[in-house]
Design a protein around this ligand. Structure first.
Ligand SMILES: Nc1nc2c(c(=O)[nH]1)N[C@H]1C(S)=C(S)[C@@H](COP(=O)(O)O)O[C@H]1N2
Ligand SMILES: [Mo]
Length: 369
């Protein structure tokens, strides 16, 4: 038994995270409300992008964003069970933690990104605030996940031809009046590239990220990647849950986005050559081009990259720049993905603030040395 009790909640230091206090008055979209917001391991925290500077391809676990509807449950791997059942399978099966560890394992480098990532720019760039946690661009991380393909888990139960939706349910506390956090996946996606992960960046999954096991659904909105997995129901009809009707309605694949590995309002030296770094990603395929503007979008320059880019993860890039006049500047980066979509300057309004894919205006100050 390699498992432990999921008892440790990770610290969220201010150098690595921006916390989003759950607001008791906000609607229950991504981020709120929760009167339990003061409980240990509750609430939401996004990664500060400057904390990715100098890091490798993956987001270190200590700075990977955290998004809970309630709070981190303490689960014991020794008694934990994953149940697979429903009309869409031939037989009900149960897996313990050790059963999963004994099954054929796969490693997957993939991003998890909240559908509400970038929500605050609806207010700051487009003048109309969307309700919910006011995420900047830090509600994304890329980790090396290891676990068992969901297709293998489902095969043990014998998937019927009639199967339509696969509903994954978490073991965390019920969210308000909506019950346990759960979300249907179409069976084709469930059988395609989804992982039942028990490891993150080479360690057992930490409690905040779903110990003992979670789904990792590449390219899709974070809500699909159910943490603290306890139950998978395979259904023969389309399923409606609060998490595809009241919340996260109509979101599946994530759009294309870009971020600089730089603090907001960063100070840079006048006249000093600078290598600016960032990353771009899309749930619809690889990034094929990244352009950067230093003059408010009048002119654009191609960023360089080494082509290290996995489907379902991100492309790191860099660009040289010599700031030639002091004062406030705006940096902009825009990416194009393999589906041919380039980040627009304005995102169409979304009432829940999902899918903000417009070019983000990143303010910096050029100062004399
Ligand atoms: N059981 C359960 N799974 C969940 C959630 C939750 O609150 N409970 N939050 C979802 C949402 S909205 C997101 S964006 C991701 C966040 O994953 P992370 O906290 O590991 O970054 O988990 C998803 N899975
Ligand atoms: Mo999310």
């Amino acid at each position: 038994m390699r498992g432990t009790l999921g008892a440790v909640v990770k610290p969220l230091p201010d150098q690595l995270f921006i916390r989003h206090a759950a607001d008791a008055d906000s609607v229950g979209e991504d981020g709120g409300p929760s009167s339990r917001a003061l409980a240990l391991g509750s609430g939401n925290a996004e990664m500060r992008w400057e904390s990715m500077a100098g890091q490798g391809y993956h987001t270190p676990t200590d700075r990977f964003f955290v998004r809970h509807h309630t709070f981190t449950p303490r689960l014991d791997a020794a008694t934990w069970r994953l149940r697979v059942h429903g009309r869409g399978v031939r037989r009900q099966v149960e897996f313990g933690y050790d059963d999963l560890l004994r099954m054929p394992a796969r490693t997957l480098d993939a991003a998890i990104e909240c559908a509400g990532n970038g929500r605050r720019f609806y207010a700051t760039q487009q003048g109309t605030a969307a309700p919910g946690a006011q995420w900047g661009l830090g509600a994304i991380g890329v980790a090396r996940w290891r676990g068992v393909p969901l297709s293998e888990v489902l095969r043990e139960a014998g998937v019927r031809d009639e199967a339509v939706d696969v509903v994954a349910c978490g073991l965390d506390a019920p969210f308000e009046r909506y019950g346990r956090v759960r979300r249907p996946l179409p069976v084709w996606k469930a059988m395609d590239d989804v992982l039942v992960a028990y490891e993150m960046n080479g360690e057992p999954l930490p409690p905040d990220h779903g110990f003992p096991a979670r789904l990792v659904v590449p390219g899709w909105a974070g809500i699909a990647s159910i943490k603290w997995l306890g139950d998978i129901e395979v259904c023969t009809t389309t399923v409606l849950t609060p998490w595809n009707t009241v919340f996260y309605r109509g979101v599946a694949r994530q759009p294309v986005k870009s971020a600089f590995e730089l603090a907001w309002d960063a100070r840079v030296q006048l006249g000093e050559p600078l290598v600016l770094r960032g990353r771009s990603w899309s749930g619809r395929g690889r990034i094929v081009r990244v352009e950067v503007s230093f003059d408010g979008g009048w002119s654009w320059r191609d960023a360089d990259h080494r082509g290290h880019h996995l489907v379902g993860a991100w492309l790191p890039w860099h660009v040289m720049w010599v700031p030639d006049h002091p004062g406030p500047h705006v940096l902009m980066a825009r990416a194009t993905d393999a589906s041919g979509v380039t980040q627009p300057l304005v995102t169409p309004w979304h009432p829940a603030g999902y899918h903000f894919d417009a070019v983000v205006q990143h303010p910096i100050y050029v100062v004399r040395g």
